[in-house]
Design a protein around this ligand. Structure first.
Ligand code: ADP
Ligand code: MG
Length: 668
């Protein structure tokens, strides 16, 4: 036993009566005690070998020493502090700052390079990336691996992998190196190299606990502790002690690896969240690349979900806007009134001027506009066309919510005075006055009367019925009756505008009652375009919502896919999780990494989904389906995908973070 260490300072490691039991309780396994009361003190700077046969409890002891596991009974004090009282994050911190593990199976992360593996403990200690990389390279160079820094574990020999693992153990300073059968998997030459390295590190002041079943290896240490069936049966100086200069340094009570050529990685303060996120994203990217087909198939679920949300909403919105457009053309307050043969037989009724004045007096009615319209020949010089000539009163633009592009509409006074004025539809102007920007003041021959052009209406665009409004020309109602439609004794139909969209139904009912009273029979017909359109718009809205809902369900299905893949990923990467925990990752580091993976997965799916939705929409547009994309719907679908990732990634990430480090390390 090493003596002479500073009596005042507590030993670095002090176990008293430590027991470890497995099973029992709720685990369903029979309870077995593996360690039966271990008392052990290790001072800073010692080089101790723990030797024993396979199954004697060495690894269990090492896991306890390294803070990977906790004793079932007894006390473990590290530098006088009771380890049992530490929560998982404090244990992670202890592992990160005090310990470096070297395992028989190296336990390197296969998808990362030697340098990245070495950097890992510093990553969790918060060392900035450049400092991390420099230190990792320097450590690897020192261990003779300068030219292997960017190699992956499978490109390295066993001895080289073990040296990478030792470099990793030294990354945060490696005050205490815990090496569990470090030479167990190596050929004798590589094993000797590793042992030489441990000697050198011991000479530099690192505390080294070497676990081995091989007495020959153990006897190279300065102190040999023998364990048998969970009990310490011998503890004394090893034959190697005398031959080494480091006994003195250990005895001098070097409290830490201060003499190590590398300063311990300084654990930075709170890390910037984006640096964390960047690391997690990088790891996530690798994780996803590991199984491309599976990742792709899972992505497909999200892609389809996002794309269908976008397309469904765009199609629904397109249909709704088409209805709204028609409403604009026809007006949301408009009804059509005309005579018709009553159901009980007899001639169709006549809507007289007196009927119209009575209707105009109803409280819910804003405008009553009799219309005569027919396709008749219209001429300008030698240019003759069959044009729908629409004769209506001065407030036609107001009833149809139709602004003028140029000039003016005729006035009530001009209508009463039978003034021959004409306002052109957008296309009618192009037909009769091609190349003339302002045809006002020119004449058109309608039927056989000359009419003066005084304005042009704005382009209506939307098609409503067979006739395009833009092809028509508009003349005052009375001038029309007097000069063009001379034989016509009554309007073709009458447009009745209610005072507001809400008043359409009461107005219709009132008109019905009024005409029934005046005519004594139902010899008229009211076509309530407004109510029809309102109902249709409502239907479209519900349909859009339903389509959106169906699409949202497919997004949820995609999310379940993500969850499934993440659960599998966690199972497959148990060992990686264990390694990360052993080098000091906190639960939240592990959780963040897997959550980031899930979110990245859905984010990638979201991007692809938006693209796929856009392409589908473009194809639909090309084939004539009205589609209206809204940035809101796209952002919404994207946000949904993100939320899906968070929601469905959370449980797997949490289960990964709650893993027992020892169990995870043992996993495959
Ligand atoms: P060594 O490293 O000396 O070979 P271990 O510490 O790995 O021994 O194991 C000691 C004993 O504890 C063995 O009998 C082993 O079966 C048992 N043991 C180890 N881990 C567990 C566990 N998680 N559950 C139940 N028994 C375990
Ligand atoms: Mg073991």
């Amino acid at each position: 036993m090493v003596s002479g260490a500073s009596a005042a300072a507590p030993p670095l490691i002090a176990l008293t009566g430590v027991r470890k039991r497995y099973g029992g309780g709720s685990s369903g396994q029979p309870e077995t005690e593996v360690l039966h009361g271990i008392d052990l003190e290790i001072r800073a700077g010692e080089f101790v070998a723990i030797v024993g046969q396979s199954g004697s409890g060495k690894s269990t002891l090492m896991n306890l020493l390294g803070g990977l596991d906790r004793p079932s009974a007894g006390h473990y004090r590290f530098e006088g502090r009771d380890v049992a009282s530490l929560d998982p994050d404090a244990l992670a911190r202890l592992r990160r700052e005090a310990f470096g593990f070297v395992f028989q199976g190296y336990h390197l992360i296969a998808s990362e390079t030697a340098r990245e593996n070495v950097e890992l403990p510093a990553l969790y200690a918060g060392l900035p990336p450049p400092a991390r990389a420099d230190r990792a390279r320097a450590l690897l160079a020192r261990l003779g691996l300068a030219d292997k820094t960017e190699h992956r574990p499978h490109q390295l020999s066993g001895g080289q992998q073990q040296r990478v693992a030792i470099a990793r153990a030294l990354m945060n300073g490696g005050r205490v190196l815990l090496a569990d059968e470090p030479t167990g998997a190596l050929d004798s030459a590589s094993g000797a190299e590793v042992m030489a390295l441990l000697h050198q590190l011991a000479d530099e002041g690192h505390t080294i606990v070497l676990i081995t079943h091989d007495r020959g290896v153990a006897e190279q240490a300065h102190r040999v502790v023998e364990i048998r069936d969970g009990r310490i049966v011998a503890d004394g100086p090893g034959p190697g002690a005398a031959s080494s200069t480091s006994a003195a340094s250990a005895a001098a009570g070097g409290t830490q690896a201060a003499t190590a050529p590398m300063p311990p990685g300084s654990p930075g303060p709170a890390r910037a969240w984006h640096a964390d996120l960047g690391e997690a994203a990088r790891a996530a990217w690798r994780g996803m690349g590991r199984n491309r087909l599976r990742t792709g198939l899972t992505l497909l679920g999200i892609v389809i979900g996002v794309a269908s949300v976008i397309v469904m909403l765009a199609v629904g919105e397109g249909a709704r806007q088409r209805v709204v457009q028609q409403m604009g053309t026809l007006g949301t307050t408009i009804m059509y009134l005309g005579g018709s043969a009553p159901a009980e037989g007899g001639p169709p009724g006549r809507i007289t001027d007196e009927d119209l004045s009575a209707i105009a007096g109803l409280p819910d009615v804003a405008h009553v506009m009799p219309v005569i319209g027919d396709p008749i020949p219209v001429r300008r010089g030698r240019l003759e066309r069959q044009v729908y000539v629409f004769a209506a009163e001065w407030f036609m633009p107001r009833v149809h919510q139709w602004p003028l592009a140029q000039g003016r509409f005729y006035t009530e006074a001009e209508d009463r005075a039978l003034t021959p004025l004409v306002v052109l539809g957008h296309r009618a102007k192009a037909h009769f006055f091609p190349g003339d920007p302002d045809p006002r003041g020119r004449q058109l021959l309608i039927g056989d009367s000359p009419f003066e052009v005084i304005g042009t209406l704005a382009e209506r665009g939307a098609e409503s019925g067979a006739q395009s409004y833009d092809d028509m020309v508009f003349i005052p109602y009375r001038a029309g009756r007097a000069r063009v439609y001379r034989v016509q004794t009554q309007p073709d139909y009458t447009v009745v505008a209610a005072a507001s969209p809400r008043q359409v139904a009461p107005a219709e009912a009132a008109i019905r009652r009024l005409l029934l009273a005046r005519h004594g029979r139902a010899d008229f017909e009211i076509s309530n375009a407004a109510a029809r359109l309102q109902a249709e718009a409502q239907t479209r809205r519900s349909m859009t919502m339903m389509l959106g809902l169906i699409a949202a369900v497919s997004l949820v299905v995609g999310g379940i896919g993500v969850m499934n893949v993440m659960l599998m990923t966690v199972r497959e990467r148990l060992r990686e999780i264990g390694i990360r925990m052993a080098v000091g990752a906190r639960q939240r580091d592990v959780q963040r990494q897997f959550l980031t993976e899930a979110v990245l997965l859905t984010l990638a799916g979201g991007v692809a989904g938006v693209l796929a939705g856009g392409i589908t929409g473009a194809v639909l547009v090309a084939s004539g389906v009205p589609v209206v994309f809204s940035v809101r719907a796209m952002a919404g679908a994207f946000a949904c995908a993100l939320a899906t990732g968070l929601v469905f990634g959370w449980a797997p990430a949490r289960s990964a973070s709650r893993l027992d480090p020892v169990v995870a390390l043992a996993g495959d």
